[in-house]
Write a new protein. Structure first.
Length: 52
């Protein structure tokens, strides 16, 4: 029973680490997307200035 409990705890720790890694990856993707959007908006503003 103790070995089974230890295995369950190890599984839970691994799942928590996976979830943490996924959160970090998602945050990085969100940051990259926000940066790309800002760049796109800046580019559009410059094009609008040229068009005026």
């Amino acid at each position: 029973a103790a070995a089974r409990d230890a295995a369950m705890q190890a599984d839970q720790a691994a799942a928590a680490a996976d979830a943490s890694a996924l959160r970090d990856q998602l945050k990085k993707q969100e940051d990259e997307m926000a940066s790309a959007i800002r760049d796109g908006v800046q580019e559009l503003r410059e094009k609008l200035k040229v068009a005026e």
